[in-house]
Design a protein around this ligand. Structure first.
Ligand SMILES: [Zn+2]
Length: 177
């Protein structure tokens, strides 16, 4: 696959150059907003146009299940960078229905870890449900992430934080909180 990527990339770069699309743009989020969402493949090239955002408009963070697992989370660090250091004013937590992180079971994960050669010690050292961040409900998870951000001492209080749920097929969004 890497060979294909590199070959595609050479043509891509040349095409952009020929079209005059390779001029530098600002690294600042032009819409002063951040989005925190799931790594689900169905959201690729769906979420941004569905929300009316294009290249250069927003900062976007992703992880498995758009989960914030604690106050030292790297998600909070990145949102602190965006809001404190870059002055971004709005944060959108965008979960989606049919999330894979809701369908997983701790026993199945454990079996897969063993199968893939993860050591017994490493498996025993964690609470699988907590460590992987398994969800019970996608809307509840969005609400939880929003509340953690609103309550975090590292996120400025004037930053507006919203929670949305997206349909990964239609791209439709509903406010959650
Ligand atoms: Zn997901």
């Amino acid at each position: 696959m890497l060979e294909k990527i590199l070959e595609h990339n050479r043509k891509f770069v040349q095409g952009r150059k020929n079209a005059g699309e390779d001029k530098p743009i600002s690294g600042h989020a032009q819409k002063d907003a951040m989005v925190f969402t799931c790594m689900d493949t169905r959201l690729v090239e769906l979420l941004e146009p569905a929300m009316g955002f294009g290249r250069g408009d927003i900062k976007i963070l992703k992880n498995a299940g758009n989960i914030i697992r604690g106050n030292c989370s790297d998600v909070i660090r990145s949102i602190a960078v965006g809001t404190i250091l870059m002055g971004l004013k709005e944060v959108y937590v965008v979960g989606h229905s049919d999330c894979g992180m809701r369908k997983l079971k701790a026993d199945d994960i454990k079996a897969k870890m063993v199968e893939r050669g993860i050591s017994e010690d490493a498996i025993e050292a964690i609470d699988i449900e907590e460590w992987f961040g398994l969800l019970k409900d996608e809307s509840e998870n969005v609400r939880d992430a929003v509340l953690k951000l609103r309550e975090s001492p590292y996120i400025p209080k004037d930053v507006k934080i919203f929670g949305l749920l997206m349909d990964p097929n239609t791209g439709g969004i509903e406010p959650v909180i």
